[in-house]
Write a protein that binds this ligand. Structure first.
Ligand SMILES: C[S@@+](CC[C@H](N)C(=O)[O-])C[C@H]1O[C@@H](n2cnc3c(N)ncnc32)[C@H](O)[C@@H]1O
Length: 202
């Protein structure tokens, strides 16, 4: 599946964003215990890359962070702008970031790169490194597994990655992993990483 196919899948009427993601973060969402403390460590503007309905962008703005969203699916960005009118949302994908000529102190990629396989994820991480300020921070969540494999997902096929391979891909892009977590028995995992000055060349 190409990256455009993935965006088309998020545009399709069969995907109900309000039911699957929600437009705001609920009070008892356990991911708040990961994302909110991470955001508090970021000294500068945060980019919510693949912001979907803008639920995390809106939540971080509500907490007083300077935050912008980036979303390629027009339908989702319309919903995000309508729900969080005071927040800036860029219409585009990770591939469009370099041309924007901007860098961010923190980048949140919350389940937004899960559809990228081994041919695509390294380039996306290179791009995220290029637009993250030196010593800035990345928080990425993904589907974890023992083997790198494609798995079904309600919107479009996704990939499960061993934590060791995500770590390697991040290091090659110029990030240093500072923390990670996968709850026992869960496929959901996250990694926090610091943008080191010298990316390791591939
Ligand atoms: C599972 S949703 C997660 C949305 C949001 N991060 C959240 O947690 O609510 C995946 C999102 O990533 C976006 N996406 C897919 N491919 C992308 C890409 N190449 N660059 C940026 N966003 C992408 C989709 O349009 C969708 O909004």
């Amino acid at each position: 599946m190409t990256k455009d196919d993935v965006v088309q899948a998020y545009e399709a009427q069969t995907f109900d964003p309000e039911a699957m993601l929600g437009t705001v973060v609920s009070r008892d969402d356990p991911d708040r215990r990961v994302i909110e403390p991470w955001a508090a460590t970021v000294d500068g503007v945060i980019l919510d890359a693949g912001s979907g309905t803008g639920r995390w962008t809106g939540r971080l703005a509500e907490l007083g962070h300077r935050v912008e969203g980036l979303e390629p699916a027009q339908r989702l960005i319309d919903l995000a702008r309508a729900t969080h009118p005071s927040v800036m949302f860029h219409h585009g994908s990770v591939d469009d970031l370099v041309d924007m000529g901007q860098r961010w102190a923190g980048v949140l990629a919350w389940y937004s790169l899960i559809h990228l396989g081994p041919e695509q994820l390294p380039d996306a991480l290179d791009t995220l490194r290029a637009v993250t300020e030196n010593n800035g921070s990345l928080l990425i969540s993904f589907l974890a597994g023992k083997e790198l494999e494609q798995v079904p997902h309600p919107v479009a096929p996704a990939w499960r990655w061993p934590l060791s391979e995500i770590t390697l891909a991040l290091e090659r892009a110029g990030f240093e992993v500072t923390d990670s977590r996968r709850e026992p028995g869960s496929i959901f995992a996250w990694v926090a990483a610091r943008a080191t000055v010298e990316p390791i060349s591939r």
